[in-house]
Design a binder for this molecule. Sequence first.
Ligand code: NAD
Length: 497
Amino acid sequence: MQSTKVPITVAVGDGIGPEIMTQTLRILEAAGAALAPEFIEVGEQVYLAGHASGIGPEAWDSLRRTGVLLKAPITTPLGGGYKSLNVTLRKTLGLYANVRPTRSLYPAVFTRHPDLDIVIVRENEEDLYAGIEHQQTPEVVQCLKLVSRPGCEKIVRYAFEYARKHGRKHVTCMTKDNIMKLTDGLFHKVFMEIGQEYPDLGQDHQIIDIGTARLADTPERYDVIVTLNLYGDIISDVVAQIAGSVGLAGSSNIGDQGALFEAIHGSAPDIAGRGIANPSGLLQAAVLMLVHLGQHDVAARVHNAWLCALEDGLHTADIYRPETSAVKVSTEGFADAVIERLGRMPQQLAPFKAGEAAETSRPAARATAAYERPVVAQQLVGSDLFVCWSGFDPNELGGQLVRLAGPDMKLKLITNRGVKVYPNGHDETFCTDHWRCRFVAANATAATATEVGYTPVQFGQVLDLQRRLTEAGVMVIKTENLYLMDGQRAFSLGQGE
Ligand code: NAD
C-alpha cells in the first residue's frame, strides 16, 4: 500500500454536500487511502461574501498546487449576478471531458434495466454553457451556443480512446443536427471524421430526442455515448435515475493539467441537514479519483465494500424498496456499513478489479495531440442586422429598410425568431420586437457572384449601412456578418428563405 500521502483539494459544498463529504472521507481513511486533503471554501458562502464566481484566490492556489479536486455539490444562488462555480472550474482548469459511468446494481438495487452499463462522455467547456447571454430587446433574450472544431475533436477523440482502452465495443454520438446544422452539425461531422480512425469500434449517430427516448426505454443497447454539454448533462441524469437513483452516480472531469471528481447530482436542498442523503455518488467519484491517482487497491477495496453494503440491503431512502432492501439507513449508517465491509468481495454484483486498465481516466496521449489551426479563406458577403422595433407589420419595417439600404447593399429578407416574415411573409406568424434583417450586395450579377451565388461586399459598406440605419432612428442591437468559408456558405438560411 502507498505510504506517501498525495495532496488533494477538497470542497465540502452546500446543501447535502458536507454530510456526504464527511462520510466519504471517513470511508477513504478507513480504507487506507494515501491522501492529504487541503480544504477550500467554495460555493454559497463565498458567493454571498462577494465573489461572483463562488471561489476565492486561496482556493485557486490550492487547486493549482494539487491538480486534483474532490468536490461535493454546490448551490448556485439564483439571480443574475452569480456565475456557476461548476462551469467556471471546468472551463478555467480546461477539464474538457466529463465522464459519467453508470452500471446497473440489480438485483441489489431495483431497476427496470438490469443490463444497463453505459458511459456518457459529455463535452464540458462549450455549447450553451459558455454562459454568454444578453437581453437584446424588451421582449427577447439570447444565449449563445458556441461549438468549436478543437473542442469537438478533443472530446470525440477522448470518447473513442476511452472506449478502446476500456474494452468497450460501440460509440454513439447524439446531436440535434437536423435543426442546428452548423453547431451540432460540426460535432457530428467531427465524429464521422475521427471515427474513421477507429474501425474496430461500432459507431452510430442518433438525434438526441429519439436517442434519449430509446435510452430511457432500452438502455442495454448503449455502450459509450459522446455528446454536447447540455444533452450530456440531461441524459446522464436520466441514465443514473433509471439505474436506481441520481444519488448513485459519480463523474470525473478530466483535462490535460488537472481533474475534478464529483457526484452528478446537485446539493439537494430539499433533504439537506436530515442525514438521509445517499453518499454513493460522491463515493463513486472518490473511487474514480483513487484510480486516477494510481491507488487501485484502495479503489477496489472501497468499491467492493460499497457493493457488499448494497447487496446486504443497507439502503438510503432514495433507493429503499421493501422488496430489495433490508434496512433503511442514514448517510452515516450507510458509511458505517461500507466501512464494516472493507476487505469483503460482493457475491452477486461484478467486483471491481484492482489495476484494471478499464477504469483509468487519464486522457490518452492521442486525445490531447497538438492542434493545428485550419487555414480557411473567409469572404464577407453580407450582414444580418438585428433590429429592435416595436411595430407589428413586417412590410412597414421592410419598406423603410429597403429605402435605407442602398446604394451598395440591399435588403434580402427579414426573419422574426428565425422565420421569414418579409418579403411575402404569412399573416399568421407571430412577431416579437426582435427582427433579423439580412443585407447582401446590391446590383449582384452572375459575373460578380461566387459559385454559391453570393457577391462579396466590403466591410466599410456594412459599416456605412449601419450608420445610415442608426441615423434614421433604426435601433441596430447586434450584427452577425455573413461569410463564405473556402467558398461555402457558412451561415444558416432563414426558415422559408
Ligand atoms: P439535485 O440533484 O440537487 O436534486 C434532485 C432530486 O434528487 C432531489 O429530490 C434530491 O433530493 C434528490 N437527490 C439528489 N442527490 C441525492 C442524494 N445524494 N441522495 C438522495 N437524494 C438525492 O438537483 P436540483 O434540486 O435541481 O438542484 C439543487 C441545487 O444543486 C441547485 O442550486 C443547482 O444549481 C445545484 N447543482 C449543483 C451541481 C454540482 O455542484 N455539480 C449539479 C447539479 C445541480
